[in-house]
Ligand binder design. Structure first.
Ligand code: XMP
Length: 317
């Protein structure tokens, strides 16, 4: 069986042997995987690890600032790069999910490459890739069967000329969390739900605008804070809100409204490969729905996603 302590010891030794005195660059995402990978590497090679945390403008509300501060508090050598506008302009007018992923992946590599070039003599790129990422990317080949191209796996352009190191490549999510705990990472950070690399872009169905990003950030914040306040956050594997590309009719006071619809999604899972929708309490759903419609301008209807994976996926795009 898996023992986190032994894993950390072996992994740190292996990293030291592999990387030696070379410099390593790592992209932090705010998620559990990249954070645990960073702390492991920090333990192995200290200041030779250069972390970059990119704001793609598609993170949760206040996420960039909050997480950046958290990283600094953990003693990581991290640089925050706000590239929101670059991403949003690259996404302008794009509706198709895979095209969104490709655009985001491309801009991410450009931004990351710019930053990596500023680190003199960097030799390695570290990634927080975990086992399910590897499986889902390689097991389904071919144009029709490529279910979703997880942009953080594989496909690094030659011009970066960095060797890849992926310390979590053989671990499942729960093992990564246990390793994180052994490393002394904050329980709240370790308990964070997974969040996709393309962020809110794949939860805004169809074309993305800054206004839609703002609306979805507000809705998502109400939902996630509500889950936390009601002691439900830790009972759910992943949760989020989806902004649908339709308007619906509603009434506010005496006025007819014609505004956006959002879907809420909360799933139970162990590795994201299969998932069941969570039976959130009706009282909670009622409260959150009212709060969203009252607080978030531009939304007049909330629905709850009751589909499981398969055949639905966790994300809508
Ligand atoms: P699906 O929607 O395929 O999602 O059931 C399974 C898990 O993967 C996440 N996901 C992604 N993560 N880049 C990522 O880094 C992506 O393009 C991507 N698409 C889905 C999703 O949030 C869920 O945890």
């Amino acid at each position: 069986s898996f023992t986190p302590n032994a894993f950390v010891d072996d992994c740190v030794k292996e990293l030291q042997e592999k990387v030696g005195n070379d410099k390593v660059v790592l992209g932090l995402s705010g998620g559990v995987d990249s954070t645990v990978a960073a702390v492991l590497l920090n333990k192995a090679i200290g200041e030779n690890l250069y972390c970059i945390f990119v704001n793609n403008g598609l993170l949760r509300k206040n996420e960039f600032e909050n997480v950046l501060n958290q990283y600094k508090g953990m003693g990581l050598n991290v640089k925050g790069v706000d590239a929101s506008e670059r991403f949003l302009s690259a996404l302008d007018g794009i509706e198709e999910p895979e095209a969104k992923r490709k655009a985001i992946g491309r801009v991410f590599i450009e931004v990351f490459d710019d930053e990596a070039h500023q680190i003199e003599d960097v030799k390695w790129l570290a990634q927080g890739t975990i086992y399910p990422d590897v499986i889902e990317s390689v097991s389904v080949k071919g144009p029709s069967a490529t279910i979703k191209s997880h942009h953080n796996v594989g496909g690094l352009p030659d011009f970066m000329k960095l060797q890849i190191v992926e310390p979590l490549r053989m671990l499942f999510k729960d093992e990564v969390r246990r390793v994180g705990k052994t490393l002394g990472i904050d329980a709240e950070l370790l308990g964070r739900h997974p969040f996709p690399g393309p962020g809110l872009s794949i939860r805004i169905l169809g074309a993305i605008t800054p206004e839609k990003v703002r609306i979805l950030q507000e809705v998502d914040a109400v939902f996630i804070n509500g889950l936390k306040e009601h002691g439900l956050y830790d009972k759910v594997w992943q949760a989020g809100a989806i902004l649908l590309p339709v308007n619906s009719v509603g009434v506010m006071g005496d006025e007819r409204t014609y505004e956006k619809v959002v879907a809420l999604r909360a799933v139970e899972s162990t590795d994201g490969m299969t998932a069941d929708w969570v039976h959130l309490p009706y009282d909670f759903l009622m409260k959150i729905s009212n709060e969203i419609i009252n607080k978030v301008k531009g939304v007049n209807r909330v629905v709850y996603d009751i589909s499981s994976k398969p055949p639905a996926t966790i994300e809508w795009e």
